[in-house]
Write a protein that binds this ligand. Structure first.
Ligand code: PRP
Length: 209
């Protein structure tokens, strides 16, 4: 499935702030952390829960734990996913974290260079969250997903981003139909430089200068 959070007013307000060209890098980074936190919260609604008994100071009652929240592997795609991951970790505080670099090459081929790869072992209980704020052509994620596969087969693989272009989503879905995609919003299109329109510019540059 492909899910966006367009009906969540607060997520849309944070996105609006990120889009604004006058938002400086301090606010931009904070916005990415916030989106990670609130999108992470939304994603817990899709996770398996388990009933538990809990003792209040007065009596015993029923409660739940979000079981899958405890078995999360976040794959952080440098650079822009760093603040985004920080937000996700506020919800998935047990997460093991993989870090990969995947720099987009020049048009027209946009070939991906992966110079740094550090990914923990993935087990069948795990939910893998590949965090990358921008899904443009999808080339980065296709390459990253190919790499992540080598570390084990998880229960679920989610791609979590801020904005996606329809082109990128289509390419990922073609190659990895089992992967679930969660983005704040699906934007209109890509320009000829591979930037998402209307988009928010280059997320890595805006966050880190
Ligand atoms: C951006 C973005 C994604 C990628 C998306 O990273 O953060 O990783 O491009 O493009 P694609 O879907 O067409 O592959 P960039 O290469 O600008 O690196 P940066 O985050 O270090 O700035």
């Amino acid at each position: 499935g492909v899910y966006s959070f367009e009906d969540s007013p607060y997520i849309m307000e944070i996105l609006t702030e990120l889009r604004d060209k006058d938002t400086d890098s301090i606010k931009f980074r904070k916005g990415l952390v916030k989106l990670g936190r609130y999108m992470g919260y939304e994603i817990t609604k899709t996770m398996d829960v388990e009933k538990v008994k809990v003792e209040t100071p007065l009596e015993e009652t029923e409660g739940i734990i979000v079981k899958d929240r405890r078995n999360v592997v976040i794959i952080t795609v440098l650079r822009a996913a760093i603040p985004f991951m920080e937000g996700l970790i506020k919800v998935f505080e047990h997460a093991r974290v993989g870090i990969v670099s995947a720099a987009r090459g020049k048009p027209p081929k946009f070939e991906i260079e992966m110079n740094y790869i550090k990914i923990p072992q993935i087990t069948p209980e795990d939910t893998v969250i590949v965090a990358d704020p921008m899904i443009a052509t999808g080339s980065t994620l296709l390459r990253v997903l190919e790499e992540v596969k080598k570390y084990g087969t998880p229960k679920r693989t989610l791609v979590v981003g801020v904005l996606a272009a329809p082109e990128g989503i289509t390419r990922i879905k073609e190659k990895f139909p089992e992967v679930e995609i969660f983005v704040a919003k699906i934007d209109r299109e890509l320009n000829d430089k591979g930037y998402i329109l209307p988009g928010l510019g280059d997320a890595g540059d805006r966050a880190f200068g």
